[in-house]
Ligand binder design. Structure first.
Ligand code: ACO
Length: 332
């Protein structure tokens, strides 16, 4: 192992959305809300919903297969699988181990990572360390969520916001000066109380009472999360740009977490990026937590909005509270 760090990039990317689409008009029939309220306050128009028998690992597996194909990589070449999720199939085994079995990545270690919507950036950061040092060559980083399974479908404050999906990236060595130039992660446990699923862990184990009190579904103080998000999106993006050695003017494209169009527009404005340089898909997919950023990145690449040599900022925030950002010089 030499002392020189390897450059690390995304060698292939893929995403998967379950077939079923739930529109705002259909949600109007479930809770007291309107398409107009949802669109104007959030920018969300529809979201994909996993079937009854479909869990996060199923979505992750499909995304992983596409990323492997895109990277021209065999499952046996993968050294490590990291699944970022807040909706694992179960407490254990990890969703990453289930994906390892599903895709036949028999040489890979596997673990889940819990950092809310920042999970994909956290995962990318972990993967980067292993590949930089030469300890591993190829790592699958996946963001996968089946959030529809943990929503209170009587709570209009939360059930209109989220969707299901998965995005995956094969991370590995690339050419010097290309790939993941910087990453930045942060956390504020004090703010954790604003976004939780309180039940089902060791603090409040599942009981008839906990189910009756709906403690196994997402609870959110929307306005607190909103204020935090607007503040942190700008700060985290700037930090990753500073660490990359480039400046704001050099940035070609922004791939932000997809929680609310007003949060994204505020971040773009502060970064002085016109909206045609910002990827937005929450109108079709809603907030898919850890899956939002990799799905958006995959879409942007496929639509030709990101080309080889472009400087791309990815930035997210979420439960924890956590945040993460990264600058990539697109190497494919
Ligand atoms: N339809 C109609 N009315 C609604 C709905 C709805 N779906 N949801 C809330 N309201 C009402 C509330 O009841 C409240 O009414 P009241 O004032 O009579 O009590 C009012 O709308 C709330 O208004 P605001 O707080 O001004 O709504 P706001 O513009 O803040 O939008 C929202 C709420 C969309 C939740 C916003 O705060 C937000 O996007 N917050 C950030 C959410 C987020 O980013 N979450 C990240 C999750 S990350 C993860 O890790 C899972």
């Amino acid at each position: 192992m030499s002392n020189k760090l390897n450059a690390v990039g995304i060698l292939g990317i893929g995403s998967y959305l379950p077939e079923k689409i739930l529109t705002n008009q259909e949600i109007e029939k479930i809770v007291d809300t309107t398409n107009e309220w949802i669109v104007t306050r959030t920018g969300i128009g529809a979201r994909h919903i996993a079937d009854e028998n479909m869990a996060a690992s199923d979505l992750a597996t499909e995304a992983a297969k596409k990323a492997l194909k895109d990277a021209n990589t065999l499952p046996e070449e993968i050294d490590l699988i990291i699944v970022a999720t807040v909706t694992p199939d179960m407490h254990f085994p990890s969703t990453a181990c289930i994906v390892q079995m599903n895709i036949g990545a028999k040489n890979a270690a596997a673990f889940d990572l819990g950092a809310g919507c920042s999970g994909f950036i956290y995962g990318l950061t972990v993967a980067k360390q292993f590949i930089e040092t030469g300890m591993y060559k190829k790592i699958l980083v996946i963001g996968a969520e089946a959030l529809s399974k943990v929503l209170d479908w009587t709570d209009r404050n939360t059930c209109v916001l989220f969707g299901d999906g998965a995005g995956a990236a094969v991370v590995g060595p690339t050419d010097e000066g290309m790939g993941i130039l910087s990453t930045y992660m942060g956390a504020d446990g004090e703010g954790g109380k604003f976004l939780t699923i309180p039940g089902g862990g060791s603090r409040i184990p599942a009981t008839l009472e906990s189910v009756k009190n709906k403690l196994h579904t997402i609870k959110m103080d929307g306005s607190e999360v909103f204020k935090f998000a607007v503040r942190i999106m700008n700060r985290a993006s700037q930090e990753a740009i500073d660490r990359s050695g480039y400046s704001l003017e050099d940035i070609n494209y922004l791939v932000p977490h997809q929680a609310n169009i007003r949060i994204i527009e505020a971040a773009a404005k502060k970064l002085k990026l016109p909206m045609d340089k910002v990827h937005v898909n929450l109108n079709r997919f809603g907030n898919m937590s850890a899956a939002s950023i990799p799905v958006a990145l995959d879409e942007a690449v496929r639509q030709g909005k990101i080309k080889k040599g472009d400087l791309v900022v990815m930035v997210g925030f979420g439960a924890g509270l956590t945040w993460g950002s990264s600058v990539i010089k697109w190497n494919k």
